[in-house]
Design a protein around this ligand. Structure first.
Ligand code: PLP
Length: 324
């Protein structure tokens, strides 16, 4: 099942040590996994999910993909790119009003041939039927949820753990902590399942990106639902509960997509020390979280730490004013 995919990514993505950054934090060894280099129209984590989602779309006999996201959605841009490769029609339902000029991911989605529908001021949950009903020819729609986060998409990150494990064996190292940006939860669900399936011991430290609108555990519950589907599908003999799903909520005070000094510090630090570019929405926020753990010495000394770079480069350009 894990091999049943439509190839879109350049895999394995590189795994390497951040030598300059590790010198700045001599108590730790810091590594990076380069899913910003998955290769599909400037890369990112959605490409791994889309390998499974696009395969399912084709297997289901569908020819027209619908998905949803923010104006600077990396997921929408990678979906548009995947559809171009697979010869599928792509419809993106994008939040907000149509801007005068297209920038960043929105521009790329347009160049990649997606049909873009703007929702205007409508903040309600997206009803895909209002869009799929507008199809005139005999097109068969396939709906990819927000962020590609269902069990099919999450398989991309189950497989990514297998890839990581192989690289760690080759490098003869263990990783004690993995930091990454968590938003719609598919990446996190896949990593949790992958660690179990491939018996890799490491602590995940997912940095929650979206602001908490409620004090509840809604995101944890969504992730748990995906994981429970995954245990059945992958024959994993383990009963997960809500306490197995951790989300660090110390860095999400600013709303989704709001650039603050924290993201700027992180973007500058990695750019100047390692010439690696983070994004303003996800990886900038998550990397700041990791730097905070390092500065505060919250991790075991001499441990090996991995930052899983999930992409997002094109969004930088839409934040040009805030970043200069
Ligand atoms: C979507 C995205 C994430 C979050 O992944 P989820 O699976 O939605 O949690 C992290 N980083 C970048 C750059 C993304 O585009």
């Amino acid at each position: 099942m894990i091999d049943n995919k439509f190839t879109l990514a350049f895999l394995p993505t590189p795994l390497h040590k951040l030598n300059n950054l590790s010198k700045l934090y001599p108590d730790y060894n810091i590594f990076i996994k380069r899913d910003d280099q998955t290769g599909l129209a400037s890369g990112g984590n959605k490409t791994r999910k889309l390998e499974y989602l696009i395969k399912q779309c084709i297997d289901d006999g569908c020819d027209t993909v619908f998905t949803v996201g923010a104006q600077q959605s990396n997921h929408c841009r990678q979906t548009a790119a995947a559809c171009a490769v697979a010869g599928l029609e792509c419809h993106l339902i994008v939040r907000g009003k149509k801007p005068k000029t297209y920038q960043g991911n929105l521009l790329l989605s347009h160049l990649l041939g997606a049909k873009i529908h703007f929702t205007g001021n409508n903040k309600k949950e997206i009803d895909f039927a209002t869009f799929t009903n507008q199809l005139t020819d005999n097109n068969k729609p396939f709906i990819i949820p927000y962020g590609g986060s269902n069990i099919t998409g999450a398989l991309g990150y189950v497989e990514a753990v297998k890839e990581l494990k192989k690289q760690l064996v080759e490098l003869d190292i263990n990783i004690d902590y993995i930091f990454f940006a968590s938003s719609s939860g598919g990446t996190q669900a896949g990593l949790i399942l992958g660690l179990e399936l491939y018996s890799l011991e490491t602590e995940l430290i997912p940095i929650k990106i979206d602001k908490d609108e409620t004090q509840g555990l809604e995101m944890e519950e969504e992730i748990l639902k995906i994981i429970r589907k995954g245990t059945r599908l992958l024959n994993i003999d383990r009963n997960y509960s809500i306490s197995d799903i951790t989300l660090n909520k110390n860095y999400n005070q600013a709303a989704y997509g709001v650039l603050t000094d924290k993201e700027k510090i992180a973007i500058n630090k990695l750019a100047i020390s390692e010439a690696i570019l983070l994004d303003p929405v996800y990886t900038g926020r998550a990397f700041y979280g990791m730097l905070d753990f390092l500065n505060e010495k919250k991790l075991t000394l001499n441990s090996n730490i991995l930052f899983w770079h999930t992409g997002g480069l094109p969004a930088l350009f839409d934040y040009a004013d805030g970043l200069k």
